[in-house]
Write a protein that binds this ligand. Structure first.
Ligand SMILES: Cc1cc2nc3c(=O)[nH]c(=O)nc-3n(C[C@H](O)[C@H](O)[C@H](O)COP(=O)(O)O)c2cc1C
Length: 195
């Protein structure tokens, strides 16, 4: 079966994209708003794009014609943290995507704790096994209802004690989660090693 992209509605294209590009790792992004309140939301359009210097990218779509809070905060403050959640945090990751009243921080609503960052003002999530302090490198607007492809340079890696041995992280110890099409997630399956 073939689908010509020019024949698809926005919703159809979205369903195909999010069904085909799987599993997607999840950037659990903390940012600070204008009042200094912490915002937290998941983004599965997420990958690393450079290692020298280390850079990652997330793609943030629009909501009812407006920028999402995460994109607005990053563009204003030029910084953010990508927290990496594990299986134990899956419920909190999902719930952090809900819309909360403007005066309520997802971090407080979900009973999460934060640690200060080293290079930036935005805190990281204490319960996350890894977190990347990022400075905004570039923002590209892509598409008709433009998504913001936000590229961040990683200034500091935080990795839970014992998780990185000789800079190597065993995936099973990280116990990562990923997003599939629809309301579905996956945990780490069988690991296949080819040398
Ligand atoms: C697992 C998961 C992954 C998501 N990935 C994305 C994404 O890649 N891009 C996006 O714009 N929204 C994504 N969303 C939706 C946002 O998390 C949601 O719109 C959120 O409310 C944005 O929060 P903000 O307004 O505080 O930035 C995702 C939601 C979930 C649950």
């Amino acid at each position: 079966m073939d689908f010509d992209a020019s024949d698809l509605t926005l919703q159809q294209a979205y369903k195909l994209m999010t069904g085909v590009v799987v599993p997607r790792p999840i950037a659990w992004v903390s940012t600070l708003n204008a009042e200094g309140k912490i915002n937290l939301a998941p983004f599965s359009a997420f990958t690393f794009v450079s290692h020298a210097p280390p850079m990652i990218a997330i793609s943030v779509g629009m909501r009812n014609g407006d920028l999402k809070d995460t994109a607005r905060n990053i563009l204003a403050r030029k910084e953010f943290v990508v927290n990496v959640a594990n299986h134990a945090l899956l419920g909190a990751v999902h719930q952090s995507s809900f819309e909360y009243p403007p005066d309520v921080s997802e971090v407080d609503a979900l009973g999460l704790a934060v640690h200060p960052s080293h290079h930036i003002q935005t805190p990281r999530i204490a319960q996350a096994p890894a977190a990347l302090e990022c400075r905004l490198h570039q923002c590209l607007e892509l598409g008709r209802e433009p998504s913001r492809l936000i590229v961040g340079e990683v200034l500091r890696f935080h990795v839970r004690d014992g998780l990185a041995i000789d800079n190597k992280i065993t995936a099973a110890d990280l116990d990562p989660i990923s997003r599939l099409g629809g309301p579905n997630y996956a945990t780490l399956g069988k690991v296949v090693t080819i040398t």
